[in-house]
Design a protein around this ligand. Structure first.
Ligand SMILES: Nc1ncnc2c1ncn2[C@@H]1O[C@H](COP(=O)(O)OP(=O)(O)OP(=O)(O)O)[C@@H](O)[C@H]1O
Length: 292
């Protein structure tokens, strides 16, 4: 299997990985097209990092076929590594070096690096180009990590929970960096446990839970496919709160109206009719619904 044959940037079939008895990844398929931003969304412990580490070639797998830019990451060569951008957290770089010096230093590892000034501009650090690393904020530091991940001019960027620990403003700035890269044609695979992040960035996404894909599609499709049931809530005469999920909420309300005598003017106590948000859908799919 090659990406040339399948036309995919990342093609994963039947991927499995266990840690001792724990199945961290339990039969995952992924198909990432060239040029798209692909999200792997899931709660803590779902298997996201394990999957991405296998795509990076930094973790072995037990079973399954994996093709990343046409090669198996387990055996890929240096030329492949230059085409796949990996963003490490707190890439080890001397704290005394400036941003420009650090990016220039890393550029030397690649056969065809991007111009240093362009990379610094792309991640929005032009104002900090001459600042020492030790003087950067957490969000700026993370953008430097991305700069080091893209200075080799990768065709595919693999980002594992890139904005964990960011404040909302830093997160939005980071999203615009990812969008800029995507607009340039870089394929991006990112894991996240922030639904909002997947919705903001991903052209398509998979939702994973307990090592398995539980849903896939673009965010709008997911909302439509899994969010078509409305919720009707009301309070019974004995004070008990009732909730039903239904695809026919009008019929449910009509039944309640006749039960509560609403046609003669009385209200259905505490009536609420709602459509699930994508967050509701996500929490239901990943079995976290009751934790809200
Ligand atoms: N090195 C390891 N040794 C043993 N178990 C591990 C190891 N790494 C991960 N696991 C377990 O495998 C499962 C999947 O972990 P993984 O880190 O891939 O999930 P994740 O979706 O990235 O979670 P998080 O969002 O918390 O980073 C978890 O149950 C985790 O405890």
């Amino acid at each position: 299997m090659t990406t040339q044959a399948s036309g995919l940037a990342v093609d994963v079939r039947g991927l499995r990985k266990r840690y001792g008895r724990v199945p961290a990844v339990d039969g995952i398929d992924l198909a990432v097209r060239h040029g798209e931003v692909f999200g792997i969304l899931g709660p803590n412990g779902a298997g996201k990092s394990t999957t991405v580490e296998i795509l990076q070639g930094h973790r072995t797998r037990d079973e399954g076929e994996v093709s990343v830019l046409g090669a198996d990451p387990a055996t890929a060569d240096r030329a492949w590594r230059a085409r796949v951008g990996i963003v490490w957290q707190d890439e080890s770089a001397p704290a005394e070096l400036t941003v420009r010096e650090t990016v220039s230093h890393f550029a030397r590892f690649y056969p065809r690096p991007r111009p240093v000034r362009e990379v610094i501009g792309l991640v929005g650090l032009q104002e900090k180009a001459d600042s020492r690393i030790k003087a950067l904020s957490g969000g700026q530091r993370r953008r430097l990590d991305v700069a080091l991940g893209i200075v080799g001019g990768p065709r595919l960027l693999l980002l594992d929970e890139p904005t964990t620990g960011f404040d909302p403003a830093a997160r939005r700035q980071f999203w615009s960096v990812v969008r800029r890269l995507a607009d340039e044609g870089t394929t991006v695979v990112l894991t996240t446990h922030y639904l909002q992040e997947a919705e903001a960035l991903a052209d398509r996404l998979v939702v994973i839970a307990a090592g398995r894909v539980v849903a896939e599609g673009d965010p709008a499709e997911l909302r439509q496919r899994y969010g078509s049931e409305a919720t009707v809530e009301w309070t019974d005469p004995d004070g008990t709160r009732r909730t039903v999920r239904t695809t026919a909420p009008t019929r449910t309300v009509a039944e309640l109206m006749s039960r509560f005598g609403s046609r003669s003017g009385s209200e259905i106590p505490g009536l609420k009719v709602g459509r699930p948000s994508l967050e509701d859908v996500y929490l239901r799919l990943t079995g976290q619904e009751d934790e809200r």
